[in-house]
Design a protein around this ligand. Sequence first.
Ligand code: SF4
Ligand code: SF4
Length: 452
Amino acid sequence: MTQVITEQINMEALKKAIDDVFYNQIDSTILYYLQSCVNCKACEAACPFTSTSLKYSPVNKAEVARQLYRFRFTVWGRTIGRAIGGSKKYLKLEEVETMVDYVWHCTNCGACMFVCPMGIDSGALVDLLRQVAFKAGLVPSIYKEIEQLEVSGKYWEVKAFRDAWEGLISKMKSQLGKDIPLDKKSSEVLFYASIYEALVYPDVLMKVAKILDTLKVDWTFMSKPLGIRPPLGLILGDKEGAAEVMKRILDYFTDMSPKYVMLTSGGFEYPALRYTMHEVFEIKPKYEVVHVTELLAKWYEMKRFTIESVEEAITWHDPCQLGRRGGVFEAPRVLMKALSKNFKELPSHGVNSICCSRGGGGCGLPTMIEEMAKLVGITIDDKSKKFLDSTIVPLINAGKLKVDEINKVKASEVLTGCPVCIESISFAVNYYHANTQVKHIVDLLADRIKKV
Ligand code: SF4
Ligand code: SF4
């Protein structure tokens, strides 16, 4: 896979990236992660990619970062480590290829950190390596082109994107039988969505609008989206590009000044827009960024509405970025328990939830990326096609773990709160012919909410 990316590798650019990106970002937390591994391998079983190959175990992927660290900062690394290959100043060509392969086999799901006796976040180390790869130009061209479209702001010139967005607004209007509020300042809820969501689940967005209207919430929607799935740079290792995009988002949120910014996506956008964006710009926002389940659970507990339950057995998949990275576990369960007395937890749930194997670094289904490329007029050359195809096996392997769990609880519906999780788990459900449906929680909830 990796030759697809590294065929024309510029070793000088890579050395510079290692110096500028890696060594410059070693702070006390990263230092702890680099120094504290006891090599117990407890993290191995938690990683969704280990089922594809043991070489993708968290400790193995992070070893690339540790080798670079040891060479300059430890006595062992400066002496015996150099002789036996346990430390490296830079990387040889084949080692670069290995590193690039590794960084595309981590979704930053955080599962390894929760099982590590030392609390090491190997995903954070892989993220550092991904930033090195980006700086050295070692990103699959198809991902980079889509991301640059977002950073430049030119995504709004793409006809297919404009049509999807404007079509969504016009459908919301005809569904509600009136104009919908756009870019309205100081409303209770700023209903946030990206182009990606408008493309993959417009029905979910329309159902959210219906809920807000039914509950007579003072809300507003965006006349233009703030990115394709912003900030894409964060998952590709483009920290600077991500900062540019986040600044635009921050300015809009600040200008609109709502009480809540509500997301339907519990993927990487959730921790990015709730935490990272405000940390990067050192701002304490006056608004609160929430996932739709958090707000609805809160309103349900305040008795703003009731929920008509269903008989079916339903289960909840915790998206990694909403749960482990975002801390949202309880709110969806409040809604799930109200939705069905037959709510069943998956054997691995909460902090132990198995990742869908996409999202924060897996970057969506290959078919979805291909579809997106077609929409924006990016040609998928043979190299890109090979790269995308090579991402399918991990999806099949990690999907088997998830499907086995779904089958154990015999759930007729798997509900979740992230568009990529829906796509990835649906792929596995179809692949293994499981008898269940995968939906956004709003899909089931919208028709069952009754205003008190
Ligand atoms: S679980 Fe933690 S200490 Fe053990 S090998 Fe993995 S990273 Fe190292
Ligand atoms: S963050 Fe998730 S995908 Fe990445 S190494 Fe850890 S367990 Fe694996």
